[in-house]
Design a protein around this ligand. Structure first.
Ligand SMILES: Cc1cc2nc3c(=O)[nH]c(=O)nc-3n(C[C@H](O)[C@H](O)[C@H](O)COP(=O)(O)OP(=O)(O)OC[C@H]3O[C@@H](n4cnc5c(N)ncnc54)[C@H](O)[C@@H]3O)c2cc1C
Length: 450
């Protein structure tokens, strides 16, 4: 492979280029990014000393998070890692019109409204016979094994917080596989979880205390990760370069931007499915019909900064089940999650709105989202102070949805591309989290290493 093109400089594209550079040191690798800056959904904005994340705010370091920690150490960012505060383990749910603390120990679990019905749900799982869950939605799977209350009160808001998704459409086996696999392999979720807790992690090397924190970010926020990769990949990166066509030409691929063409021996696309669908030229048209089936949920991230502490509660923030009919999906209390995110004794909130179940998302303006986020935060937390900083970031196609049937679409994409020198990657294949994007980039480079 003499000339390699990587499309997109989000975390998938940057990490892919990083690992490809290691596997193919003598190849010419070019990363094409349409925007003037790299990072894609990673977008940190600082206003009046407040640091706001408009995309991912951190990474869970435990479990498969070791892939992330390993990467961070390898690229020389270990010293910049910031673990979340102890308070970040405290979380709330908005239930029956008010904020209810999720239990942090078994005693709290007995009295908490959030775990109402949990004992019945456990018994239901222990009694429910095993069934093939491969094609079930999250709602079907959870209701069958744990009942509707758990689906509505707990799973629905948690899934909103990760996928901004609709649990009636998302595939259980593609998203909550840590629950479906125990049923598949051991006949029940609880039974399986107990057995699986003894299994070995992917990476055996331990990274110490930091793995115990709920979340990690970097000094300067998630943008620090992007800046480091941009520094490492500087000469390979071409910003403000929108790819407008990807044309198959015998055993090469012509990558066109503006009036120029980069003739590549190998192309890795990490751009969104709907963009790739528009630029393919000369490939099997089945690929287009498969890419068209990948849908994205819209999400708006509103940022609010206050000159004093207006929040009387302690914790990470809260999630809102859809059944509560509120205007927001949840709120995060940034100043309590990580130190150094906002000045001392000032409150910083991130509010998520929209999601796969939202109606009229495209007709709502950025400022309307901001006002809705502010009103909801004031109402839920019971204060009336005005923010000194407020703005929103609208991602109209924010997060790919791993809906029922997604696995089959991805398998068919891979079959169509079997003999092509085009590889499709990015967050609509192999997981949406930053960890997944990095892990998949590493696996991809290893797979093609000769
Ligand atoms: C609001 C929000 C919050 C999130 N929170 C978390 C979190 O806390 N933790 C976590 O792990 N994950 C989180 N995620 C998920 C995670 O951030 C994303 O899945 C991940 O960053 C996606 O990276 P990517 O590189 O695959 O795609 P993207 O970041 O979308 O990158 C694709 C890149 O391709 C570029 N591009 C598009 N078209 C072209 C073209 N024609 N030519 C050249 N370039 C092009 C784009 O400009 C972009 O830079 C969140 C996502 C969102 C939206």
């Amino acid at each position: 492979m003499q000339k390699i093109a990587v499309l997109g400089a989000g975390i998938s594209g940057l990490a892919t280029a990083y690992y490809l550079k290691k596997s193919f040191p003598s190849s010419e690798i070019k990363i094409f990014e349409s925007e003037k800056s790299a990072g894609g959904k990673i977008s940190t904005r600082t206003e009046k000393e407040f640091l706001f994340e408009q995309g991912p705010r951190g990474v869970r370091p435990s479990g498969k998070g070791r892939h992330f920690l390993q990467f961070v150490r390898e690229i020389g960012l270990w010293e910049k890692l910031v673990p979340s505060n102890k308070e970040a383990k405290i979380r709330y749910l908005f239930l029956d019109g008010k904020l209810e603390k999720l239990p942090t120990n078994p005693l709290e679990a007995i009295t908490s409204k959030t775990t109402d019905g949990a004992i019945g749900a456990v018994l239901k799982d222990l009694k429910t016979p095993q069934k093939d869950n491969e094609n079930e939605s999250i709602r079907e799977f959870i209701e069958r094994r744990f009942g509707q209350k758990i689906a509505d009160n707990l799973i629905d808001p948690v899934i909103s917080g990760i996928y901004a998704g609709d649990i009636s459409k998302l595939s259980a086996s593609e998203t909550i596989f840590f629950l479906t696999e125990p049923e598949r392999d051991f006949g029940g979720v609880i039974k399986g979880l107990i057995k699986a807790s003894k299994s070995k992690p992917d990476i055996e090397e331990s990274f110490g205390e930091i793995e115990k924190s709920a979340l990690v970010t970097f000094k300067g926020g998630m943008q620090t990760l992007v800046s480091k990769l941009v520094e490492i990949l500087g000469e390979n990166l071409s910003l403000g370069t929108k790819i407008c066509s990807l044309k198959k030409n015998e055993n090469k691929i012509e990558v066109t931007y503006g009036s120029e063409i980069f003739v590549a021996d190998f192309v890795v696309s990490t751009i969104p499915a709907f963009v790739l669908n528009e630029i393919l030229d000369g490939f099997d048209t089945k690929l287009n019909s498969l890419l068209e089936k990948i849908v994205y949920a819209p999400i708006t991230v509103s940022s609010l900064g206050f000159e004093k502490n207006v929040n009387s509660l302690t914790g990470f923030g809260y999630l809102v089940p859809h059944k509560e009919n509120q205007a927001i999906l949840g709120g995060l209390w940034n100043d309590q999650i990580f130190d150094g995110i906002s000045p001392k004794n000032k409150s910083s909130f991130t509010v998520m709105l929209g999601g796969a179940c939202s109606e009229n998302f495209d007709s709502i303006s950025e400022s309307e989202f901001t006002e809705t986020a502010l009103e909801a935060t004031q109402k839920h937390l019971g204060f009336s102070e005005k923010p000194s900083v407020k703005f929103s970031k609208v991602w109209s196609k924010g997060i790919p949805q791993y809906n029922v049937g997604h696995k089959k679409i991805v398998e068919e994409i891979q079959t169509v591309l079997k003999d092509e020198n085009l590889v499709i990657s990015g967050n609509f294949i192999g997981g949406v989290s930053v960890i997944d994007c990095i892990k998949n980039a590493k696996l991809l480079a290893e797979k093609y290493k000769i």
